[in-house]
Design a protein around this ligand. Structure first.
Ligand SMILES: *Cc1c(COP(=O)(O)O)cnc(C)c1O
Length: 440
C-alpha cells in the first residue's frame, strides 16, 4: 500500500477538524467540564499573541515585543479581580492542573500532608495520591489524606473532617493544605465550617474552583474567599466560559510566593492568546454572568427533575439534586456508565461515565462505573432553558430506558439542535457556536 503524501495527511487533519465541527452542531454536549466560548474568545485564540513569549510579570518581562501583551494581561488581571472581588490574581497558569501545582508549590513542601476528596468521591486527579499517579503525590510529593464524604448528602462530612484534621495534628502530621472543590461538585463545600479548624493546626485553606468558577463569578455559588479560603485555583473553560486556561486567586500577602511558583516555577510561555481570551470572557461574565449562572443552576435542576420523573436515579433528590451545573446519576439499573456513555454518543448525546462514591467498594472501576455525570453549562450557553431540559431528558430516556435505536434518536437530536446554534451571554455573535472558520 502506498503511503499517503504529506499533502494528503495535511488534508486528512483539516477534514477531521471540519467533521468535528459539523458533528458538534448536531449534538447535545453535556460534559460538565466543557463549555463553548464566544466568537470573540475564538477570535483571540487565532491571534499572533499565541506565538509570543512574555516570561515574567507584565511590565517586568524577560522579552521585548510585549507592549500590547502587557496591556491585555494587566486588563485581564484587573477584570478577574473585579469579577471575583480578589486582592491578588495570577492569570498565567495555563490550566487548572497547573494552577493546582502553583498552589501546592506556593503553600507546601514535598512530604507535607494535604487533604482532599478521593477520586471516587469527586476529587480530581491533581489531588491524587502518589500510588495512583495523582499530581499532588506523584509530582509534588504530597502525602494525601482524604476528606470524608457523606454519600447521601454528596458533600464533605463536617464533623468527621474536623475529627480527621485534629487526629492528624495530634499524630504530628497536620495537614499543611486542605483542598476543597471537586470534579463532581453539586453542592457548596463547608469552607466556612472548617476554615478555623484548618487554620488552627497551621494549614492553608485551598479551594479548587475549576468547575464552579463561572457560577462563583455569577454570584450563584459560594464565595470561597469570603468564607475563609486563602487561595483559589481555577480553570477558565468549564462554567467560566473562556478558553482552556487556568488562574489563581488569593490575597496580597501571598502574592510573592504565588508569582514565584508560577514563574519560574510552572510556566515559561503562558499561552498569551488564551490570556486575551480570558480577559474577554471575564468582561462577558461581568456583563452577563449573573443571568447566565442563574440559568445554569435552573437548567441543572430542571434536567435532574425531568430525568428523575422518567425513572432515572438522580442522586440527592431530597435536596433538589444540585445547586450547581452538574448532576450525578446512579445508572446501574440500566447498565454500566461506560456502555451508557457509548450508546448515548451514538445518539449524539455527549456525556461522561463517572465513578459513584461507593463504586470501588462494590467492585466497579473507572471503565465501567455505576454512574454518569451530566453538566448543563454548554447547553445553557446555546440558549436552552427549562423546557428544553425536558426534551433532552426524553431523548436520554428513549435511548437508555426504552432502548430505541440510538441512530434514530440521533436524527431527532440533530433536528432539535437546529434552533440552538448561537452563543448567548456574550456581546457579539455574528458566527455560530461551532462554525468552522477557515483563514487559510
Ligand atoms: C478539570 C479540573 C481540574 C483541571 O483542569 P484543567 O484546566 O483541565 O487542567 C482541576 N481540578 C478539578 C477539580 C477539575 O475538575
Amino acid at each position: 500500500m502506498l503511503m499517503p503524501t504529506p499533502s494528503e495527511e495535511y488534508q486528512f487533519v483539516l477534514d477531521a477538524l471540519q467533521k468535528h465541527h459539523t458533528w458538534f452542531r448536531e449534538c447535545i454536549p453535556l460534559i460538565a467540564s466543557e463549555n463553548i466560548p464566544s466568537p470573540a474568545v475564538r477570535e483571540a485564540l487565532t491571534t499572533d499573541f499565541g506565538n509570543r513569549y512574555a516570561e515574567g510579570w507584565p511590565g517586568e518581562r524577560v522579552y521585548a515585543g510585549c507592549r500590547f501583551i502587557d496591556q491585555v494581561e494587566f486588563k485581564c488581571i484587573e477584570l478577574m479581580k473585579r469579577l471575583f472581588d480578589a486582592d491578588f490574581v495570577d492569570v498565567r497558569p495555563i490550566s487548572g492542573v497547573v494552577a493546582n501545582l502553583v498552589v501546592y508549590t506556593a503553600f507546601t513542601e514535598p512530604g507535607d500532608v494535604m487533604m482532599a476528596l478521593s477520586i471516587p468521591c469527586g476529587g480530581h486527579i491533581t489531588m491524587g495520591k502518589k500510588e495512583l499517579g495523582g499530581t499532588a503525590g506523584a509530582v509534588h510529593g504530597l502525602v494525601v489524606e482524604y476528606l470524608p464524604l457523606d454519600y447521601k448528602e454528596l458533600n464533605i462530612d463536617v464533623d468527621k473532617a474536623k475529627q480527621r484534621i485534629e487526629k492528624l495534628a495530634a499524630e504530628g502530621k497536620p495537614p499543611k493544605l486542605v483542598m476543597f472543590g471537586a470534579s463532581v461538585f453539586p453542592f457548596p463545600h463547608p469552607v466556612k465550617e472548617l476554615a478555623d479548624t484548618i487554620h488552627a493546626v497551621g494549614g492553608t485553606v485551598g479551594y479548587d474552583a475549576a468547575h464552579v468558577a463561572g457560577l462563583i463569578a455569577g454570584k450563584c455559588f459560594q464565595d470561597p474567599l469570603r468564607e475563609g479560603a486563602d487561595v483559589v485555583s481555577l480553570s477558565t473553560h468549564k462554567t467560566f466560559f473562556g478558553p482552556q486556561h487556568g488562574g489563581v486567586l488569593s490575597w496580597e500577602k501571598y502574592a510573592d510566593k504565588i508569582k514565584r511558583a508560577t514563574f519560574p516555577g510552572m510556566v515559561s510561555n503562558h499561552h498569551l492568546h488564551a490570556v486575551a481570551g480570558v480577559a474577554i470572557a471575564a468582561a462577558e461574565l461581568l456583563e452577563f454572568g449573573r443571568e447566565y449562572a442563574r440559568q445554569v443552576v435552573r437548567n441543572a435542576k430542571a434536567l435532574a427533575q425531568a430525568l428523575y420523573e422518567r425513572g432515572f436515579n438522580v442522586l440527592a433528590e431530597h435536596k433538589g439534586f444540585t445547586e450547581s451545573h452538574v448532576i450525578l446519576i446512579d445508572i446501574t439499573k440500566y447498565g454500566d456508565g461506560g456502555t451508557i456513555e457509548e450508546t448515548l454518543e451514538k445518539a449524539n448525546i455527549i456525556i461522561n461515565r463517572n465513578l459513584l462514591p461507593w463504586d470501588i467498594k462494590e467492585g466497579r472501576h473507572f471503565q465501567h462505573p455505576g454512574g454518569i455525570r451530566l453538566g448543563v453549562s454548554e447547553i445553557t450557553r446555546l440558549g436552552m432553558k427549562e423546557s428544553e431540559m425536558a426534551e433532552i431528558a426524553e431523548f436520554i430516556k428513549r435511548v437508555v430506558i426504552d432502548k430505541e435505536s440510538p441512530e434514530k434518536v440521533a436524527a431527532d437530536v440533530a433536528e432539535f439542535r437546529k434552533d440552538y446554534q448561537k452563543v448567548h451571554y456574550c456581546f457579539e455573535n455574528a458566527t455560530e457556536a461551532y462554525q468552522y472558520i477557515k483563514i487559510r
